[in-house]
Ligand binder design. Structure first.
Ligand code: SF4
Length: 370
């Protein structure tokens, strides 16, 4: 990562450390930044009187705030980099630093995808308008299925402009450029887990609404795009500010993931004993959901064991004598990583399908944390 082109807001951090007379500060950075973490520590320690302790554990989101364990070391301020604040309180004063990137890619390479997707959205919108006149329910279903197999009519075909946290500052300028190119653009505003308009997380796309017909994601990698398409079923184009490359989240990739998820559901058919995983991280803990799943399993004559973990990995759970696992911690563990586990690892929705409480035919439901 090019440190020079990222804003670590170290002046603001040093000011806060001095103002609060903080002497022991925890630094929490995402995996991609760990290699530079020691340089960042040098910078902070040279500008302040504080000592810095790096949290060496993996950190994939603001759901994963340094909490009681580092608090007991005497930490009184956490500098959390690469993510924004969400609707949780770790109990320790925290400075969130988004680490914005100054790259400003050309719009041109992504325009062909956007034109194509707008046509798809308009066609679907037209079909939505014809819903009343469809001859049979079967015919209607055939018409309105989105890319995750749902009937979700649109009220408009707007372009939803979203981005990863490092690039959100570009959205107003991109909105203008896209409008100049003839698009009707909206920057969706999500729920309490999100801090900024246009922000998306791997587990939350709550800004989506029926007026949005297709998406444009400003960011790198396919982590957010996969989740966004699984959640919304809408076409999505991507522009990477680091490389300037444009691409789309293709139907093939989504179909492959859906086939894999359906395969998992098939594998748990007949399973009697489940491990229900509960995340201990403050922003991943869904105890009530886990309890509900345990009761549901009991209603179906099956057994569910509640297992709480801070980190979830094959080496920590594979050995339990259960037939399968249901994950209520970070939803992406089942979607992106289940291949690493020797037993089926499914989401709560997938368990409901396996037990016959929900129907696969009515479309895939992404496991969102609100
Ligand atoms: S729960 Fe998972 S996807 Fe959501 S913010 Fe945390 S690490 Fe990211």
């Amino acid at each position: 990562m090019d440190l020079e082109r990222h804003d670590f807001e170290l002046d603001e951090l040093a000011e806060r450390i001095a103002k609060g007379d903080h002497r022991l500060v925890a630094l929490q950075v995402p995996e991609g930044l760990k290699i530079q973490a020691l340089e960042i520590i040098d910078e902070i320690e040279s500008r302040t009187d504080a000592n810095v302790i790096l949290s060496g554990d993996p950190c994939y989101g603001a759901c994963d705030l340094v909490h009681n364990k580092m608090g007991s070391m005497g930490i009184d301020l956490v500098a959390h980099m690469g993510h924004s604040q969400m609707n949780i309180d770790s109990g320790i004063e925290t400075q969130f630093i988004e680490v914005t990137y100054d790259g400003d890619p050309e719009l041109t390479p992504v325009l062909p995808f956007l034109h194509q997707h707008r046509e798809m959205a308009r066609a679907r919108l037209k079909e939505s308008g014809e819903e009343q006149t469809a001859e049979s329910e079967e015919e209607a279903q055939e018409k309105f299925l989105d890319s995750v197999g749902r009937m979700a009519p649109l009220s408009d075909a707007k372009l939803g402009l979203v981005g990863a946290i490092q690039h959100l500052h570009l959205l107003p300028e991109f909105k203008q450029r896209l409008e100049d190119a003839g698009f009707d653009v909206t920057i969706p505003v999500g729920g309490a887990r999100l801090s900024f308009p246009g922000q998306v997380l791997g587990c939350n796309y709550s800004g989506d609404d029926p007026s949005i017909g297709h998406y444009f994601f400003l960011g790198s990698g396919d982590f957010h795009p996969i989740g966004l398409v699984l959640h919304t079923g809408k076409p999505l184009a991507m522009l990477d500010p680091y490389t300037g490359d444009a691409t789309e989240m293709g139907r093939k990739q989504i179909d492959r993931i859906l086939r894999q998820r359906f395969g998992m559901i098939m594998q748990v058919d007949g399973a009697k004993v489940f491990g229900i995983l509960i995340g201990e991280k403050p922003g991943q803990m869904r105890r009530s959901l886990a309890m509900r799943l345990k009761r549901m399993l009991e209603r179906h004559g099956k057994k569910g064991y509640l297992i709480a973990l801070e980190y979830i990995g094959p080496e920590l759970i594979d050995f339990y004598p259960v037939d399968a696992f249901v994950n209520t911690a970070c939803p992406r563990i089942a979607i992106d990583d289940s291949i690493r586990y020797s037993k089926p690892l499914i989401t709560p929705f997938e368990l409901e399908v396996a037990l016959g409480e929900k129907k696969w035919e009515e479309g895939y439901r992404f496991d969102e944390i609100p």
